[in-house]
Design a protein around this ligand. Structure first.
Ligand SMILES: N[C@@H](CCC(=O)N[C@@H](CS)C(=O)NCC(=O)O)C(=O)O
Length: 223
């Protein structure tokens, strides 16, 4: 698949990551890029201003969401966890065996089905646009309730190992970290999940770790 429009002509340029600030999904590829020391041009898309649905960005990614990676050959990749998979190829962030890769995928799908769909909107209306919180109170409570079983499963899993996979830190940690590390901003209580709290500390200490704030600072400088 080639990125549409003008990008088809833009081959052999620097790889570009289109991202917005304050997004756990956008933080994932940004963290992997930094930990792998890859040279990438970060392009800020302001979703609060609706830039993701404007013609210039739709020419890059017709799906109108971020994150989105455009490779130096003009190929476009959407979905944060698919981008992670692409970036991690042949690096230490990719699990080494077929079984471990399958386990990583299992947690990456888990993140997109049991955690992110509930933590992200609860956080959005509680933390990103708090002025809209009061008109979404019932939904926020429902999202918080829906997130709890997945968080409990993750917490029980992390009681037995330091990182998500036995072999150590990998893209599954990055995928799950994106929104789980900001669960308090979604109004969820970290004290209910002490093993997740410990794992967040451990991920935050990995080499060349960078936070959501780092992404925001870099994006705003690049804009
Ligand atoms: N499952 C996708 C979710 C992408 C997504 O919903 N991105 C949000 C930002 S975190 C977005 O672009 N929202 C703006 C919109 O939907 O218009 C992923 O993991 O990349």
């Amino acid at each position: 698949m080639k990125a549409s429009g003008a990008l088809i002509e833009r081959r052999n340029l620097m790889t570009e990551l289109y991202a917005c600030v304050e997004s756990g999904n956008c933080m994932k590829p940004w963290l992997a890029i930094n930990q792998l020391g890859k040279d990438i041009n970060l392009k800020l898309v302001d979703v609060l201003k609706g830039e993701q649905k404007g013609a210039p960005y739709l020419a890059v990614n017709p799906k109108g969401v971020v994150p989105y990676l455009v490779t130096s050959e003009g190929d476009g990749i959407g979905e944060s966890n698919a981008i992670l998979w692409y970036l991690a190829e042949d690096t230490y962030l990719m699990p080494q065996t077929a079984l471990a890769r399958a386990e990583a995928l299992q947690w990456m799908f888990f993140e997109q089905t049991k955690l992110e769909p509930f933590i992200a909107p609860a956080r959005f209306f509680s933390y990103i646009v708090p002025q809209e919180r009061s008109s979404h109170l019932d939904e926020i409570v429902a999202w918080q309730e829906a997130a709890r079983p997945g968080l409990a499963q993750l917490d029980a899993h992390l009681a037995k190992r330091r990182f998500i996979l036995e072999q150590g830190y990998c893209i599954a940690d990055i995928a799950v970290f994106g929104y789980v590390h900001v669960l308090q901003e979604a109004g969820l209580d970290m004290e209910e999940t002490p093993n997740i709290a410990r794992w967040i500390e451990d991920v935050s200490k990995t080499e060349n770790f960078c936070s959501l704030d780092d992404l925001a600072h870099h994006a705003l400088r690049a804009a």
